[in-house]
Design a protein around this ligand. Structure first.
Ligand SMILES: [Zn+2]
Length: 316
């Protein structure tokens, strides 16, 4: 396997740094597919970052049929500075900067290098996220709606075997996983944990899902349970309520709550206490995630909710 100018021989585990990217590559002793695991696109989403680092310590190339490449912290500035969603160097959200720009800002350069060096080596990409420092979230996978029927069906099937509560079809196009699917690479965005916290339980569950993913792809043959998760629900219609202006946010529901059309989900107040926005549910739904922080900026997502179609589990 070759990443940029770095060669990794069969049976080898090797650290690499190429362009703006650091990671560890595992080249299996036997031939097979290649899985790319990325984390830390958002530096405050710790469960994915910790999971990726644990996998780096555990994987054994002599048991692998194919390759695994792990990049545990792509936005190092955001990670070390403990900021939500952005790099403090350019103020940009890396997950909105695809395709990148070789001569652009730091986030655009990272996006460029991911496309240049990592996309070509991957048969499947999982990008690990979570609720951010200011959010609370139910574990969820986003899979692509906008990249053709074949990729959608393939990724949806894999998502349905993971232990998250919801899978959500997404029309996003300019993030790490969504842009990859536009380039023909099956990919999904996996979210677990939130609020600037991580727990052993969340990391172990997420790590097991990564092993399941490797089992599904044939990279490991350890007998993980890869049956469809019948408790998982598919969200086919989602709404992301945003702040009309800067203000103080008072949510009335939490993630996992069931809400009814017309119900008041929360209010936004100015700092002199006046209600400046009332957020009402547009349809009956489940709350997927919401913002916890009191202070919010204009266009911040205040609450995300979605509903499922009735006949949601098809085996294919
Ligand atoms: Zn994120």
């Amino acid at each position: 396997m070759k990443i940029g100018e770095v060669f990794i021989n069969k049976g080898e585990k090797k650290k690499f740094k190429t362009g703006q990217i650091r990671g560890v590559a595992f080249c299996g002793k036997n031939e097979g597919k290649a899985l790319l695991i990325t984390a830390g696109v958002h530096g405050g989403e710790y469960v994915g970052i910790e999971t990726a680092m644990r996998l780096i310590n555990e994987l054994e190339t002599n048991k692998m049929f194919g390759n695994v490449v792990i990049c545990p912290v792509l936005n190092t500035d955001g990670f070390y500075n403990g900021v939500k969603q952005i790099s403090t160097i350019d103020g940009k959200n890396l997950n909105r900067e695809f395709p990148g720009n070789e001569n652009g800002t730091i986030s655009q350069k990272i996006a460029f290098d991911i496309e240049k060096y990592l996309y070509p080596i991957a048969d499947f990409i999982v990008d690990l996220h979570g609720g951010d420092i200011n959010e609370k979230l139910t574990p969820i996978i986003f899979f692509p709606y906008a990249s053709g029927e074949d990729i959608k069906i393939y990724v949806r099937d894999i998502a349905s075997r993971m232990s998250v509560d919801f899978r959500v079809g997404s029309y996003a196009e300019n993030g790490l996983y969504s842009y990859a699917t536009k380039k023909g690479i099956p990919a999904m965005l996996y979210e677990r944990g939130a609020h600037g916290m991580w727990s052993e339980e969340d990391v172990l569950t997420e790590k097991e899902d990564m092993y399941k993913l490797m089992e599904i792809l044939g990279i490991i043959k350890e007998g993980y349970d890869i049956d469809i998760n019948l408790n998982q629900r598919e969200i086919t219609k989602a709404e992301y309520e945003q702040a009309d202006s800067d203000g103080c946010w008072y949510p009335y529901f939490t993630n996992g709550d069931e809400i009814k059309k017309g119900e008041l989900l929360g209010v936004l107040k100015s700092i002199d206490g006046e209600i400046i926005q009332r957020v009402e549910a547009k349809f009956d739904a489940s709350v997927l995630y919401y913002t916890l922080s009191l202070g919010v900026r204009k266009n911040d997502t205040l609450m995300a909710y979605g509903c499922e179609k009735t006949n949601h589990l098809t085996k294919f």
